[in-house]
Design a binder for this molecule. Structure first.
Ligand code: NAG
Ligand code: NAG
Ligand code: NAG
Ligand code: NAG
Ligand code: NAG
Ligand code: NAG
Ligand code: NAG
Ligand code: NAG
Ligand code: NAG
Ligand code: CU
Length: 614
């Protein structure tokens, strides 16, 4: 009795007791907002409100979200980032969310019911649209799984999201990005960074307390540094994995990543302090002069005394490297792998002049039928044959229970945060950057050399679901194929996902078919979009070897037509367009500035190639 009482007293303040059903009816729609105070724009909210709510649950709870597409002409979906989705009556792979992978895109007016049991997981997750780069405009929030047995103590928790903001709607930014007028594939530069969806957030600290800060980067593109004046962070959780406490003064969060830290407040309230968020500027192709690269968030001990001013850090190299963290559960290295997947990352132009991203020279193009539908409806004899999933999605079939090793080699000099659905993975190698050095040395790709005797692996490797691969470097990951399902592996920079940097792992499809069935709601949503409910990637169910009509990437650049040629072509067209545009639009709005950026960028590329333009 006494024990029970203590339990309740301890637990009630922040945890809902008993298994609960969390029910939401959400209708998507555009909401007028001005997140950074500089530009009125439409954000994507639910039921007329933005930001959308954070969701707090316990392990084993049921979540029911009826998501109604309230847009006039856009598809939608919801992904629960980091959740294994393997509890509801065996399996809930079709609750994972990525459109054309595990479900059909929800069409305007339709409702898809996300109904699943929260898996045996704890910690900090998030949920977001997985339709194009839709979450960029605000369709994302935290998803916290509380744990009554947390291996650390604190008085209060704060859920804090950082993100980047684009003033134009996501689909316009996407169109301009994936354009022959952007042949270098320069990523769109955000107009601002947000903290907890605003530029005005502040935090209230009381003296002598322990705070748990759950930090999430829910942005589209730019990684951010986070640090606090005169306060240390003790890292206790990373992407839902508890870690042995690690004290640091500086955190790095790529998009998709989460880190929870304990912060002990000062003994007295005589002063306020700065919490800083700062962009990883190395990810930006150009740094516009007017772009605010960091923001000071007030940590108020005492609002009646002077505010904190910005807090400088001269050196970002003291940042904790997640490779050296240790999981609290001390899970050991998977000794060896049964099956290895090797993925070479490149970015290059195809014949339409657009810059794409590739795994092994394949740029992901969504099939005509969601991959899960193909896996569930194929004749049993064919279900493990990668052919039926199409040759433009980077399909890999995994055997149940095998240890999978994923080697990713970066032939691009930029950073990429890779995310695996349905799992977390052991990080067993993570190279430093081999990108351009400050002395002008261009750097060279260094792929993983498996036969090098110098390779050593951590005994208890860190696990997480999103990991940063450095420019020209490599990562090696391992996980056990014990979660039957169709799971995407992709770069979480949404612009790069749009460029095709994705693969699909078809994990234990025979096991998957025992538990996974297409529900009426699932089928109805597909039918609204005229998507076949049976068939191979091209939608053929009569002849599973017929791939006629499969959506594929554009052809290669014609022989002899160089990249330089394309840039020259794009520049001359862009110059002509800018000319026309400036005449007609001058003074109407602020867009010429972006074109000027593009123009300067192109000019620089040409100059580097030894040519000049007028
Ligand atoms: C949500 O929608 C369902 C089905 O339309 C309805 O039965 C339920 O009452 C609604 N719940 C809330 C909280 O509005
Ligand atoms: C931030 O706060 C200031 C002062 O309260 C207010 O004038 C401004 O409109 C706010 N900006 C945003 C984007 O909320
Ligand atoms: C959610 O799933 C459970 C278990 O399969 C089922 O009993 C329940 O009816 C479902 N609820 C809705 C709203 O679909
Ligand atoms: C962050 O925003 C949420 C709403 O989105 C709000 O409930 C919470 O209090 C905010 N926290 C801070 C520290 O501003
Ligand atoms: C923040 O960025 C601005 C440029 O936007 C720079 O002038 C300033 O020094 C930076 N502050 C910190 C603390 O890094
Ligand atoms: C903390 O992280 C650093 C790397 O950033 C590592 O060198 C150190 O061993 C870690 N300490 C613990 C206790 O995990
Ligand atoms: C991919 O393309 C690159 C560059 O064109 C080439 O060197 C490489 O051999 C190709 N890889 C495969 C697997 O075809
Ligand atoms: C990989 O390492 C082995 C063993 O040291 C070496 O012989 C080989 O040349 C290396 N391969 C590359 C591509 O560097
Ligand atoms: C769910 O998947 C995770 C990740 O692969 C695995 O560790 C766990 O055992 C699975 N749970 C169930 C009930 O299948
Ligand atoms: Cu990327």
């Amino acid at each position: 009795m006494l024990k029970l009482l203590t339990y309740c007293l301890l637990v009630v303040p922040r945890i809902v007791t008993g298994l609960t059903t969390h029910e939401y009816n959400f209708t998507t729609g555009w909401v007028q907002a001005n997140p950074d105070g500089m530009h009125e724009k439409q954000m994507i909210g639910f039921n007329g409100e933005w930001p959308i709510p954070d969701i707090h649950v316990n392990t084993g709870d049921r979540v029911i979200i009826r998501l109604t597409n309230g847009f006039e002409d856009l598809p939608t979906s919801l992904h629960f980032h980091g959740l294994f989705q393997n509890i509801s009556k065996g399996n809930s792979n079709h609750m994972d969310g990525p459109q054309m992978v595990t479900q059909c895109p929800i069409q305007p007016g339709d409702t898809f019911v996300y109904n699943f049991t929260v898996p045996d997981q704890v910690g900090t997750y998030w949920y977001h649209s997985h339709s194009g780069s839709q979450y960029t405009d605000g369709m994302r929030a935290a998803f916290i799984i509380h744990d009554k047995d947390e291996p650390f103590k604190y008085d209060e928790e704060l859920v804090l999201q950082v993100s980047d903001l684009y003033h134009k709607p996501y689909y316009e930014v996407t169109d301009e990005f994936l354009s022959r007028y952007n042949p270098t594939g320069a990523e769109p530069i955000p107009q601002n960074i947000l903290f907890n969806n605003t530029v005005n957030a502040s935090i209230a600290f009381e003296p002598n307390k322990a705070y748990l800060l759950r930090l999430l980067n829910v942005g589209n593109f730019v990684s951010q540094y986070i640090y606090m004046e005169d306060h240390d962070f003790t890292i206790v959780e990373v992407d839902g994995v508890y870690v042995k406490p690690n004290v640091t003064n500086l955190l790095y969060l790529s998009v998709g990543q989460r880190v929870s830290v304990l912060v002990h407040s000062k003994k007295n309230d005589g002063k306020n302090y700065a919490l800083m968020q700062a962009m990883d500027v190395t990810m930006l192709d150009v740094v516009p002069a007017e772009l605010q690269l960091n923001r000071t968030i007030q940590v108020f001990y005492n609002p009646s005394v002077e505010k904190a001013t910005q807090y400088y850090l001269n050196d970002f190299s003291s940042c904790t490297n997640d490779f050296y963290l240790t999981p609290y559960d001390e899970q050991e290295l998977y000794d060896d792998y049964d099956y290895q997947i090797k993925l070479d990352v490149r970015m290059d132009n195809l014949g339409d002049g657009v810059n794409y991203a590739f795994f092994n020279n394949i740029s992901y193009v969504a099939p005509r039928v969601p991959t899960l539908v193909t896996a569930v409806t194929a004749p049993e004899a064919l279900v493990k044959n990668p052919f039926i999933y199409g040759d433009n999605v980077n399909a890999f079939v995994l055997e149940y229970g095998e240890v999978i090793e994923v080697v990713v080699n970066n032939y691009d000099d930029g950073r990429h945060p890779f995310h695996l659905h349905g799992h977390n993975f052991q990080i067993i190698q993570k190279s430093p950057s081999f990108a351009e050095l400050e002395n002008g040395d261009p750097g060279e790709p260094v792929p993983y050399n498996e036969s090098s005797p110098l390779n050593t692996f951590p005994e208890e490797p860190m696990r997480r679901d999103t990991v940063v691969m450095e420019g020209n470097g490599h990562i090696v990951l391992r996980f056990k194929a014990n979660n039957p399902g169709i799971w995407m592996f992709h770069c979480h920079v949404d612009w790069h996902l749009e460029q095709g940097l994705a693969a699909v792992f078809i994990e234990a499809p025979l096991e998957l078919r025992k538990t996974e069935a297409l529900t009426d709601n699932f089928k109805q949503v597909c039918s609204s979009g005229n998507i076949p409910l049976k068939g191979n990637a091209a939608g053929h169910a009569d002849d599973w070897y017929n791939m006629e009509g499969l959506p594929r990437q554009p052809n290669q650049l014609p022989e002899g037509f160089t990249f330089k040629g394309y840039v020259a072509f794009a520049v001359s067209t862009a110059v002509a367009l800018i000319g026309l545009y400036t005449i007609t639009q001058y003074g109407v709005n602020e867009i010429p500035q972006d074109d000027e950026l593009l123009y300067n960028k192109l000019k620089k590329v040409l100059e580097d190639a030894g040519e000049t333009i007028e």
